[in-house]
Design a binder for this molecule. Structure first.
Ligand SMILES: *Cc1c(COP(=O)(O)O)cnc(C)c1O
Length: 407
């Protein structure tokens, strides 16, 4: 293993030069895409350290997306639970209602620097498709979003949003007609149009350099949290951070700047759906190593290596894979990944809505659901001044039909 730093080390700098996080990551794509990925790696390596690029990203995040997002002290939630002091990092207040825009802004600016004028993306629940269509509208770029026909049916409102924003939504009609089929279609498109096309991937998944790049575009969440916590509590780090994990981008965004602080406990809530023994999307609990979406990670698959259909009430966590860095952080023990059931997530929606007046996305509610246990445990270990932060990754408006039908 080329990587020598352990994850509790302040010098943690994964991935290595070839995109490996421990034994995960890398790039497993058709040969024709190797030069395209090399071009992307080189462009990203160049621009990420260029002050003008950085300023352009920051300026858009500030003026268009609405950063910095607040770090809200949840006094009623804290009292209700009776443990550590709880803060919410408010990505639900970002434009389009979730953290996803941090990443699509970064990638579209990179695409422009690289002279690519055609954007493709794939989407399952439609949230990443909307975030991509949003930045394409803002920059007047062609936008094609692949989506399974089954998902188009289930997420009709997001299909309408994408169309209103000027994107073309192309149905993926093969296989289960869901996210993995849309991904296959997007990769096929990319293979056919490598010169002018930029593929905007929506989480810390995909071939190197995407997991690193997407993480870096979301690091702003954790970096702001650090500054805001210092201002509010006079401390450099909280005792614990909680986030939900689908592909894992909002979680890594808030975790990453604190990985080198061994005193910060990190917990990523996965979707256990109907339970860890039933239908679920708990990849890090139940998955096995395999290649999905162009990278080695862990995934839900049957004995023959066929991808299994994931299940979660929350469309954004309903994914049979997970980013390779999370698989690595699990193996090293730096982050723990409990499963949260649909039922527990619905309790989380109620808890945050009733105590704080914040209706969270169903994805986010998985992180809320682990707060009672985490906040009490932190207070037991560190006293009443203990601080727990959770990433409030998105707002619940989009989920109201599902919530109302199940609560
Ligand atoms: C898409 C989404 C997620 C899951 O994606 P990650 O890459 O795991 O962050 C979580 N929360 C919200 C609100 C989302 O829209």
């Amino acid at each position: 293993m080329p990587e020598t730093a352990t994850t509790t080390d302040a010098t943690y700098t994964a991935p290595d030069a070839n995109g490996h996080f421990g034994s995960y990551g890398g790039a497993f794509v058709p040969e024709i895409l190797h030069p395209v990925l090399r071009e992307l790696r080189e462009a990203y390596a160049h621009y990420k350290d260029e002050p003008e690029f950085d300023e352009e990203v920051r300026s858009l995040l500030r003026e268009y997306a609405g950063r910095p997002t607040p770090l809200t002290y949840c006094n009623r939630l804290t009292d209700e639970i009776g443990g550590a002091r709880i803060y919410a990092k408010r990505e639900d207040l970002l434009h389009t209602g979730a953290h996803k825009l941090n990443n699509t802004i970064g990638q579209i600016l990179l695409a422009r620097r690289m002279g690519k004028d055609r954007i493709i993306a794939e989407t399952g629940a439609g949230q990443h498709g909307v975030a991509t269509a949003t930045v394409c509208a803002k920059f007047g770029m062609d936008c094609i979003v692949y989506m399974g026909t089954e998902d188009m049916e289930r997420q009709r409102l997001n299909v309408e949003r994408m169309r209103l924003l000027g994107a073309e939504v192309r149905p993926a009609t093969s296989g289960s007609q869901t996210l993995k089929d849309a991904t296959n279609e997007a990769i096929r498109d990319w293979v056919s149009n490598p010169a002018d096309t930029f593929y905007i991937i929506g989480s810390v998944v995909g071939p190197h350099p995407y997991p690193m790049m997407v993480r870096d575009f979301h690091r702003v969440i954790g970096e702001e949290t650090r500054e805001q916590l210092l201002e509010k509590e006079g401390r450099k780090a909280p005792d614990a951070i909680a986030a939900c994990v689908g592909g894992g981008s909002n979680a890594l965004g808030i975790f990453f700047p604190f990985i080198g602080d061994p005193g910060v406990e990190m917990v990523g809530a996965e979707a256990a759906g109907e339970g860890l023994d039933g239908r679920n999307a708990a990849t890090l609990s139940n998955g096995t190593p395999g290649v999905l979406h162009g990278a080695m990670s862990v995934m839900l698959q049957d004995d023959a290596g066929q991808v299994e259909i994931a299940h979660s009430l929350s469309a954004g966590l309903d994914y049979p894979g997970v980013g390779p860095e999370h698989a690595h952080l699990r193996d090293t023990g730096r982050v723990s990944y409990p499963g949260v059931t649909d039922e527990e997530a619905l309790e989380g929606v109620k808890l945050l809505s009733e105590t704080e007046g914040i209706i969270p996305a169903l994805e986010t509610a998985h992180a809320v659901a682990i707060l009672p246990d985490l906040a009490r445990r932190m207070a037991d270990a560190h006293g009443d001044d203990a601080v727990v932060i959770f990433n409030c990754s998105g707002r619940g408006d989009k989920d109201m039909d599902t919530i109302a039908a199940n609560i």
